[in-house]
Design a protein around this ligand. Structure first.
Ligand SMILES: [Zn+2]
Length: 189
């Protein structure tokens, strides 16, 4: 299982990235509606806006508007780690027939203070670097490989194509960008 299965307890329902069928319950992202050719440009566009949100609201980015939401630095650090994790999972599947993915442990990373030293300025740079690393590798693989299947754990273990897993970078980025903007609105100017 990727996380603890479904929404993390500390997150508001709108922050859940649980997916039923191929549409996200939280943000309406439709995996079938996005073409493979859109994965790279939309990942970059989303990451650029995540970085801008951190830089523009640096002071607020470390604050949680309520205990059940992450701060914007935490959302962005999560996006960064999703990008790097999925990048590595693509490599594993290209080499192995049935790689067993370890969970991302998204809540544990935060609960155990592993993002404690992350700052808005640093994470803004890292998100830009992470998306560049993901996209460069993604574009280096041949499109035929994107039909390979993996057992993907989040929100529940389901066989997914590498193409689906790559779209999850776009989804996670856009989904949590919306969370970050909601935080900015809640915290005010
Ligand atoms: Zn979503």
């Amino acid at each position: 299982m990727e996380s603890r299965g479904g929404p993390a307890p500390r997150l508001a329902s709108q922050s859940s990235t649980a997916v039923s069928s191929d549409v996200c319950d939280g943000c309406g992202f439709d995996f079938d509606a996005i073409a493979v050719q859109e994965i790279a440009p939309r990942s970059i566009a989303g990451a650029t806006e995540v970085a801008a949100e951190l830089v523009e609201n640096g002071e607020q980015a470390t604050k949680r508007p309520s205990p059940d939401r992450w701060s914007n630095v935490e959302y962005a650090a999560h996006i960064r780690d999703v990008m790097l994790t999925i990048r590595d999972r693509i490599v594993l599947r290209l080499v192995e027939d049935n790689p067993g993915f370890k969970p991302l442990y998204r809540d544990e990373r935060i609960d155990r203070g592993l993002y404690r030293l992350d700052t808005p300025e640093v994470v803004a740079v890292e998100v830009a670097a992470a998306v560049a690393m993901f996209v460069r590798l993604f574009e280096a693989i041949d499109e035929g490989s994107l039909g390979r299947m993996v057992q993907y754990g989040h929100p529940s273990p389901v066989p997914r194509m590498l193409a689906w897993m790559s779209k999850q970078v776009v989804h996670e980025t856009e989904h949590h960008l919306a969370d970050m903007r909601e935080n900015a609105r809640a915290l005010g100017p």
